[in-house]
Design a protein around this ligand. Structure first.
Ligand code: DGL
Length: 271
């Protein structure tokens, strides 16, 4: 039986999931998180479905060994293509939360029958998951999806709030299909890092929605409903990366100011 003291396991391909982890830290300060950033395999966005499922299952095994009560897939690409497989694989041994369903719930309740945009990696957009899930809830919403594959490497290389990132943002988001959108979903957990730049590109006239806060509230509801909320004292989070990068450490320090418990962990026995 799952218990409130157990940690929450979170994974992403890199720093992106830290945006979600940071929102969880604000909203659920008693929860201990074990984070896995698969930096050795980044980016996930242009990998095949089979490969992402394989990586996700392996990371899930690693986090399950740590005794987690919730597995949070803090990566849209893995949420889009591996969520169902993880549910099948792990069964009811753990609660599984993805980052797409909470954003879809938010958009369909806030923007019924409007035009909304979704941007994400090639894998996420090609899967059509956002569009399908939004239309399942509201057939009247017009969804315009666009892959913006340069954003992840750009962010991972630290090109943010500068001329290069402004030019890349402009090149993608000037796309005709995004004209007249009321809201734009950041369908990649890396993108909240450039959220204000994107808002500025639209002259602050489009509601730019990132999933970090909506996922944190969704998680809170799940924990409450299942009597799994941990209201304990300040927890010590643990961060693992499959390959060490200075950038990961810098971003993790930015979001988690306290002493950072960061370790490189090769779960693939490749070296
Ligand atoms: N942050 C991820 C996502 O939400 C992964 C991006 C990538 O590795 O391509 O899709």
């Amino acid at each position: 039986m799952l218990k409130p003291e157990q940690p929450i396991g979170i994974f992403d391909s890199g720093v992106g999931g830290l945006t979600v982890a940071s929102a969880i830290k604000q909203l659920l300060p008693g929860e201990k998180m074990i984070y896995f950033g698969d930096t050795a395999h980044l980016p996930y966005g242009d990998k095949s479905t089979d490969t992402i499922i394989r990586y996700s299952r392996h990371i899930a095994d690693f986090l399950m060994e740590k005794g987690i009560k919730v597995l949070l897939i803090a990566c849209n690409t893995a949420s889009a293509v591996a969520h169902n497989e993880l549910v099948r694989y792990l069964g009811n041994r753990v609660h599984i939360v993805n980052v797409i369903d909470p954003a879809v719930d938010f958009i369909t309740s806030q923007y019924p029958h409007e035009k909304v945009g979704v941007i994400g990696t090639k894998g996420t957009i090609k899967s059509g998951t956002y569009e399908r899930k939004i239309l399942e809830k509201d057939r009247g919403i017009e969804v315009s999806s666009l892959a913006t594959p340069l954003f992840v490497p750009m962010i991972e290389e630290g090109f943010v709030y500068d001329d290069i990132s402004n030019a890349i943002i402009r090149a993608y988001l000037s796309e005709e299909s995004l004209r007249d959108i009321k809201s734009l979903i950041l369908g990649c957990t890396h993108y909240p890092i450039i959220k204000n730049q994107i808002r500025k590109f639209f002259n602050f006239s489009v509601d730019v929605v990132d999933s970090a806060n909506v996922v944190a509230s969704y998680l809170k509801n799940i924990l409450e409903e299942n009597q799994l909320l941990n209201t304990g004292r300040k927890p010590e989070h643990v961060f693992y990366v499959s390959d060490y990068t200075e950038y990961f450490e810098a971003i993790a320090r930015m979001f988690f100011e306290e002493r950072l418990n960061l370790a490189r962990k090769n779960i693939w026995n490749e070296s």
